[in-house]
Design a protein around this ligand. Structure first.
Ligand code: AMP
Ligand code: TRP
Length: 328
């Protein structure tokens, strides 16, 4: 089974990314042949700083390895290192509907927020479809916000297959179960995010341990004093979920343990558990990030593996579409 996911090298990564994203990647790499792509080409579709892109690509790569991706077991690589991605995007544009691209809610939302709307922002989902289809992907672990893009990728695959003959596996999206949403510690009805969330309510993976402890101590809790999961207790529910992931304890056991002993000690313990979870990740990250030459060496290995895996597909695309080829 082939598994593919793409992650943008933008924004500081936070506890929600670790719990809802990175941990899943590390778990799925055990289930089949996994590809994890740092989608740097997608990051130029909105205004950005070139020096920043370079640093963040290396930051994200180091973080993916620090959170458990194994570059010898999985293929972890940067999208721009495999030129087939840009090529596939152009070829697939022939079977992508202009009208359907215009109905993408992410495009509508993002184009509303800015004055200059790049054409790349509009064709973004075509590039994404190519990422997935080039690897004959069976399964795409992905956030719920990407559901519409994945459906479009499936449509593109089907249209290409029926127009030019069978070329692509039609991929399936795998969405995290409910509860895989970590909420902002200050505004627990919003999801934790470094771009939209409150700074005090967002626990960055590279925050100092004391900063993490402080953010949990000042987390917003709800009225009452009972530690239990409930719809009208979004703050406490979120903290129980976080503690459960960080310690591996079931939420029932956590409720039984804290009961009505008050929120103070509970919040202190959640903070300590998160510090214990992220400290080893931070140490590995610093070690990896401190050796850019080694990161580049590993990235080159990933690029080579990804090129080899995507080569038969891009070749079949050109050939089935009627382009003159030299090989075969
Ligand atoms: P992003 O950095 O927003 O592109 O997200 C990268 C990954 O982290 C995606 O797989 C998301 O599903 C996951 N993620 C982002 N924010 C959260 C959150 N607050 N709770 C759980 N998972 C999240
Ligand atoms: N669009 C995705 C996001 O913003 C990132 C992405 C690009 C991706 N290509 C992909 C995800 C291919 C899965 C598969 O999160």
């Amino acid at each position: 089974m082939r598994i593919f996911s793409g992650i943008q090298p933008t924004g500081d990564k936070h506890l929600g990314n670790l719990i809802g994203g990175f941990r899943q990647y590390a778990a799925t790499q055990e289930q089949g042949e996994a590809f994890f792509c740092i989608v740097d080409l997608h990051s130029i579709t909105t205004d950005y700083d070139p020096a920043d892109l370079r640093e963040r690509t290396l930051d994200l790569y180091a973080m993916l390895l620090a959170t458990g991706l194994d570059p010898t077991r999985s293929t972890v690589f940067a999208q721009s290192h495999v030129t087939a991605h840009a090529e596939a995007s152009w070829l697939l544009s022939a079977v992508t509907s202009y009208g359907q691209l215009g109905r993408m809610t992410q495009f509508k939302d993002k184009s509303m927020e800015r004055e200059f709307i790049s054409s790349g922002l509009f064709t973004y989902p075509v590039l994404m479809a190519g990422d997935i289809l080039l690897y004959q992907t069976d399964i795409v672990p992905i956030g719920d916000d990407q559901r519409q893009h994945l459906e479009l990728a499936r449509d593109i695959a089907e249209r290409f297959n029926s127009r030019f003959g069978w070329t692509f596996v039609v991929p399936k999206g795998v969405y995290p179960e409910v509860g895989a949403r970590i909420m902002d510690l200050q505004e627990p009805t919003n999801k934790m995010s470094t771009t939209g969330g409150s700074p005090q309510g967002t626990v960055k993976l590279l925050d100092e341990p004391d900063v993490i402890r402080k953010k949990f101590r000042s987390a917003v809790t709800d009225s009452g004093r009972e530690v239990c999961r409930a719809d009208d207790k979004p703050g406490v529910t979120n903290l129980i979920d976080i503690l459960s992931v960080a310690t591996g304890k079931a939420s029932d056991a956590i409720e039984a343990e804290y009961g009505d002993s008050g929120y103070g000690p509970f919040k202190t313990d959640v903070g300590e558990a998160v510090v214990a979870l992220v400290e080893p990740i931070q140490a590995r990250y610093r070690e990896l990030r401190g050796d850019p030459a080694e990161l580049l060496r590993l990235l080159a290995v990933g690029a080579e593996k990804a090129r080899a895996a995507s080569e038969p597909t891009i070749e079949a695309m050109y050939s089935n579409m009627g382009f003159v080829r030299f090989s075969r």
